[in-house]
Design a protein around this ligand. Structure first.
Ligand SMILES: Cc1cc2nc3c(=O)[nH]c(=O)nc-3n(C[C@H](O)[C@H](O)[C@H](O)COP(=O)(O)OP(=O)(O)OC[C@H]3O[C@@H](n4cnc5c(N)ncnc54)[C@H](O)[C@@H]3O)c2cc1C
Ligand code: SF4
Length: 510
């Protein structure tokens, strides 16, 4: 009995279900760099280099351990450019009794690969991806008959199920489930942010970088400097470094943004977790252990664990619950084009310039930059969700549709009409001013509400609330907002509308 085992680029872990019963003598592991996947959107150059290099290292590790690996490089002769084509080629060269793979993370591939049984003359088995803490079926059961799918309640279930930060009676550590209210400190002067973890390039990575420079020159983003970990061993070091250098302040400054400090006290682990180099539960267990051993602050540890077992799993649950229709949601009927400055950072809005430039350099921006600067802008400017989703999928090294789409359509754009968030995350410039030092270096004045010098976030915020008054006024969480809008006289309302018109007319110079 011989089995062909297909491993996708985000399944780079020995624990992945498709490898669980792999027979070193008879089975072949197929891994391939295919043009279709590298180009279905024009991914950031660093993202492609990261994944190709991590794949090549994973394949080499397997080979060194005695597995038969059929690794197809992008430029190999006869590379068909698609997964199916590569499976067909493998079958043309050898007769396997079975084809096994772990379910892909994206609906697009799931839909395609789900029909492979009829295409291949052997048993085709798609296995559950058990790296996650909650299966799509469990999430569906949890969601059934609930009026609102709030992450907080889902998160508590995960804490109890995996016995994380709970006592023997499932009571939460410290008495509260959530310490988020302690995690909103604005940045203060003199924060000593550690340098990010950086791994030296080896020959495999250098080869990949050359390939990406040649073949993906027209893609977004800076390829070099390239410093990501591309092996499990180095990704494991990244967890230890996070715990040692950043975790203590992760909670306090989770929402803070500082010019020239793209990495802040965040973990920078999403790229490694999402492609399989790290498993979410092992990351969480290590952080929980560090809390016990090192007396780290509970608000930091709980905050981090909530992101991984709460938000990350919840986002994935929503994706599988609502696909494929979720990809077309546009509750607010937003229809504006994505401004050109999203690709080059050339805007006078300093907050946008910083976040876009850092994204271009690093294929990374931290959560609040993605949510409250870039996302907030897309929401209040009314950018079409299709363009926003494509941009986020392209620019971040951790972006796969299962995690990007609900964050974008649900969390930032309110395109699902409130399934994921109880209200739109819209904010004026004063939020950005409170949580960052960006406004100091901006051409616009954050304290000015109207006129050409006023911060665009100020009038665009009110223009958004005004434009969507019919839809949003009934939301109890927006009562205060609409009470304030009601206090504005016609002259003020007209000034907001006029500023917004002028802004959109001259958006390329904004
Ligand atoms: C508009 C928008 C788009 C996003 N797109 C992606 C994406 O494509 N891929 C992605 O992995 N994350 C995405 N996120 C979530 C989050 O911003 C990133 O996971 C995080 O910035 C990664 O950096 P980090 O590892 O330093 O995270 P930290 O801030 O240190 O958080 C720790 C971990 O928690 C998990 N996490 C935290 N928040 C979320 C969340 N909302 N959804 C899923 N996981 C979460 C990640 O695994 C992350 O590594 C997006 C958020 C927003 C608002
Ligand atoms: S003034 Fe407005 S546009 Fe400028 S950095 Fe502050 S929030 Fe951004």
């Amino acid at each position: 009995m011989s089995t062909l085992r297909l491993i996708l680029g985000d399944q780079l872990n020995r624990e992945v279900s498709s490898l669980s019963d792999c027979d070193k003598d008879n089975d072949t592991i197929l891994m391939c760099e295919v043009w279709d996947e590298a180009t279905y959107v024009k991914h950031h150059k660093k993202k492609i280099a990261f994944l190709f290099s991590a794949m090549r290292h994973f394949a080499k590790d397997l080979e060194d351990d005695g597995y038969n690996v059929r690794y197809v490089k992008l430029d190999d002769d006869d590379n068909s450019g698609s997964f199916k084509g590569e499976v067909e080629r493998a079958f043309n060269e050898k007769n396997y009794d079975a084809l096994v793979f772990t379910a892909p993370g994206e609906y697009r591939l799931f839909d395609d690969m789900g029909s492979w049984q009829s295409d291949f003359d052997c048993d085709v088995e798609m296995r559950e991806d058990d790296r996650y803490l909650c299966t799509p079926e469990e999430f569906k059961d949890w969601a059934e008959n609930r009026k609102q799918l709030r992450m907080e309640y889902f998160y508590r279930e995960m804490r109890k199920k995996y016995k994380i930060l709970v006592d023997d009676d499932d009571n939460p550590e410290g008495g509260e489930w959530n310490y988020d209210s302690q995690n909103r400190k604005p940045p203060k002067d003199g924060l000593d942010v550690p340098a990010p973890y950086s791994v030296e390039q080896d020959d495999i990575t250098k080869d990949v970088i050359k390939l990406v420079a040649e073949r993906f020159d027209d893609h977004f983003g800076d390829l070099e400097p390239f410093y990501f970990a591309v092996t499990r061993a180095d990704a494991l070091k990244a967890i230890d470094i996070f715990i040692k250098q950043r975790l203590e302040k992760f909670g306090d400054y989770q929402d803070a943004m500082v010019e020239g400090e793209p990495w802040m006290y965040h973990a920078h682990l999403s790229f490694y977790i999402n492609c399989g180099l790290l498993l979410p539960l092992e990351v969480v267990r290590k952080v929980e252990q560090a809390y016990k051993d090192k007396d780290l602050p509970l608000n930091a540890v709980e905050g981090f664990i909530r992101q991984v077992i709460g938000w990350r799993e919840y986002i994935r649950g929503i994706y599988w619950l609502k696909m494929p229709q979720y990809a077309n949601e546009n509750f607010l009927e937003a229809d504006r084009d994505l401004p050109a400055f999203f690709w080059d950072g050339k805007t006078q809005m300093n907050c946008m310039k910083q976040c876009i430039t850092e994204t271009k350099e690093n294929a990374y921006a931290h959560h609040i930059q993605r949510l409250m600067v870039l996302g907030n802008f897309c929401l209040i400017a009314g950018i079409d969700p299709r363009f926003v989703n494509e941009w986020y999928l392209i620019v971040y090294a951790d972006a796969y549709e299962w995690v990007e789409l609900p964050n974008v359509s649900g969390m930032i754009l309110y395109a699902d009409g409130g399934l994921l968030g109880s209200k739109p995350y819209a904010a004026s410039g004063s939020y950005i001013n409170r949580m960052s030092d960006y406004c100091k270096g901006c051409k616009y004045s954050v304290t000015k509400k109207n006129g050409p010098k006023a911060c665009p976030f100020n009038y665009l915020y009110w223009d958004f609330m005004s434009r969507h008054e019919d839809t949003l006024r009934g939301n109890p969480r927006l009562n205060m907002v609409y009470a304030n809008l009601d206090k504005m006289d016609d002259e003020k309302r007209e000034a907001i509308a006029e500023d917004s018109r002028r802004f959109f007319k001259n958006i390329d110079d904004a």
